[in-house]
Design a protein around this ligand. Structure first.
Ligand code: NAD
Length: 481
């Protein structure tokens, strides 16, 4: 058991795994740098195959007792877990701003309250799952949602706390035991979650964390045949690897992946509202899977929209995410900064025009200017691929049919935004092939609603009942009349 902690901006956090109710250190470590200023935040334990095996074994041992509890009996554990998150709210905010560069204001007002709700809401919702009978003339079908078993949860760096809790809430409430493999570029808030689980009295083995790189620790975890489910959020290439690995053992996967969502501005849109929302797409330096990154604008309102958008973008504050006034923070990693810049350079070489941005931001090495490219072809790299940075494109259209064709003309289908007169925008939105789409709004979410993508943006749905459909074995007990 290791009690060593890192001191990150005054917050003590363990750099180690959490397995079977104990902190476990690795001799092998990896360096964790802050995207804010590249400072070294600490050296994090790197999970070996033995650590992964120990975590899966601990979860498998804990499963019979945890799954034998009713949802009502598990609920107090989960309510305490959420309360422990609340008690450490400031620590969560500080850690994720420092390791992931997430805006402090967003952490405080959005992510931490949502993380707590992710736990309590699903604990409450699990109570409604019990015994949903279907009565027929012949029989009563008692439809049970039984916990599936040991669940692997793998999360990306852009929203580590939000996404870990989004999966943990329903997985634990359903009676599963979990192993979380946090993102190696932003592992700290997941580590703090283990402190919360411990303080809440979750039995050893119910909740485990193994830190480490995706290609080694993560790959080992998803190849374990004892897993009952894998819930993954991340990129398309990683999802393909995971799906292959899981397929070898026939382990069901939920895959929440990247996006290249359309932001449609119809001729009858409220241009100022659309532009104000459009500027939000640069938040978190564009590292938001569900952002509308392709503006599709009716030719007649093009000039007005670009002028209004420019006004909002010029007012964006780029800077240190720990400053609550900041709206655009750093890009997660130097490699990612170069990747983003490479996309812009190739787009310009391919004939695109920069309306603004297109270069590193003077605030620091990992900051990039909010960028807008126009004159882009539908089949070009910049339109077809997820940049995951503050780089957006703009295309024009002359009819609804053309807007819909452009919106649907990529291999992704995660989110979308459509601005216009409500009925008109709603009708257009319904023809966009995507997992979800916002009409005259952005970012309204409800835990009861389904979330997920189509095409290359994902496989399966989480949220509400859909989370439980995934994390449970649904069984029909047929009792003849
Ligand atoms: P990534 O795929 O590189 O990594 C995600 C996680 O997978 C990390 O924890 C990583 O360590 C792990 N991993 C990597 N290789 C692995 C392997 N072979 N086996 C098991 N695990 C492995 O993604 P990223 O760069 O961290 O995140 C950005 C991506 O996530 C973007 O594409 C973004 O759109 C997507 N994303 C999607 C959603 C959504 O809800 N659809 C939400 C947030 C982010």
């Amino acid at each position: 058991m290791s009690t060593e902690t890192l001191n990150v901006a005054g917050i003590a956090v363990s750099p180690h795994h959490y397995i079977d109710g104990q902190r476990v250190a690795s001799e092998m470590r990896f360096d964790l740098h802050s995207p804010i200023d590249q400072s070294l935040l600490g050296r994090i334990s790197e999970g070996s195959p033995a650590h992964v095996d120990a975590a899966v074994s601990a979860a498998a041992r804990a499963f019979p007792a945890w799954s034998a509890l009713t949802a009502a009996e598990r609920k107090p554990y989960l309510d305490r877990f959420a309360a422990e998150i609340g008690q450490r709210a400031e620590a969560f905010c500080t850690l994720e701003s420092n390791d992931a560069g997430v805006l402090l204001s967003r952490m405080k007002h959005g992510v931490v309250p949502r993380a707590m709700l992710n736990i309590t809401w699903f604990a409450e919702h699990a109570l409604t799952l019990q015994d949903r009978p279907i009565e027929t003339e012949q029989a009563t079908h008692i439809v049970r949602h039984d916990p599936a078993g040991v669940v692997a949860i793998i999360t990306p760096w852009n929203a580590p706390l939000m996404l870990a809790t989004w999966k943990l809430g329903p997985a634990l409430a359903a009676g599963n035991c979990v192993i979380v493999k946090p993102p190696e570029w932003a592992p700290l808030t997941s580590s703090l979650l283990a402190d919360c689980a411990h303080a809440a009295g979750l039995p050893p083995g119910v909740f485990n964390i193994v830190q480490g790189a995706g290609a080694s620790t993560g790959a080992r975890l998803v190849s374990d045949p004892r897993l009952a489910r894998i819930s993954f959020t991340g990129s398309v290439p990683t999802a393909k690897w995971i799906a292959q690995s899981a397929g070898a053992n026939l382990v069901p996967c939920s895959l929440e992946l990247g996006g290249k969502s359309a932001f449609i501005v119809l001729e009858d849109a409220d241009i100022d509202n659309a532009a104000a929302t459009g500027a939000l797409m640069y938040r978190n330096a564009g590292q938001v899977c569900l952002a509308g990154t392709r503006f599709l604008v009716h030719r007649k309102v093009h000039d007005a929209f670009v002028a209004a958008l420019r006004g909002y973008v010029e007012k964006l504050t780029v800077g240190d995410p720990r400053d609550e006034a900041t709206e655009v923070g750093p890009i997660i990693h130097p490699r990612q900064v170069e990747r983003v810049h490479g996309f812009v350079q190739r787009a310009v070489a391919d004939g695109a025009t920069l309306l603004w941005g297109g270069a590193h931001h003077p605030f620091g090495a990992q900051y990039y200017q909010p960028t807008l490219l126009t004159g882009v072809r539908q089949d070009s790299e910049i339109v077809q691929n997820e940049v995951f940075g503050p780089v957006l494109t703009l295309q024009t259209f002359d009819s609804d049919e053309e807007a819909i064709a452009l919106a649907n003309g990529t291999d992704y289908g995660l989110g979308g935004v459509c601005y216009g007169a409500t009925e008109h925008a709603s009708a257009v939105a319904q023809q966009v092939r995507t997992g979800f789409i916002w009409v005259n709004s952005f970012g309204i979410r409800d835990l009861a609603a389904p979330f997920g993508g189509i095409k290359r943006s994902g496989v399966g749905r989480e949220g509400g009942d859909w989370s439980f459909e995934f994390f449970c074995d649904v069984k029909d007990v047929v009792v003849p009349k």
